[in-house]
Design a protein around this ligand. Structure first.
Ligand code: SF4
Length: 66
């Protein structure tokens, strides 16, 4: 069974929502946001990530601006 990489993941996680209990637990992070039709914060550019809007619509808008 692969070892959990929570410490390494947390050290590189770009999500600024600090109270989150899923930080570094990428599998739970993805499942949580996917269940809400959202994407994980690390996929968003920093200025959009800080809004905590994780919607797919907001992601696509952000990517159009690149
Ligand atoms: S993206 Fe969402 S679930 Fe993942 S660490 Fe940030 S707030 Fe938590």
């Amino acid at each position: 069974m692969p070892e959990c990489k929570i410490q390494k993941n947390t050290s590189v996680c770009t999500c600024t929502y600090e109270p989150c209990s899923r930080k570094g637990l990428c599998c739970e992070c993805i499942m949580y946001h996917n269940s809400r039709d959202e994407l994980p914060g690390c996929l968003f550019p920093p200025d959009v990530e800080r809004t905590y809007d994780r919607s797919i619509k907001r992601y696509l808008l952000a990517m159009q601006g690149r």
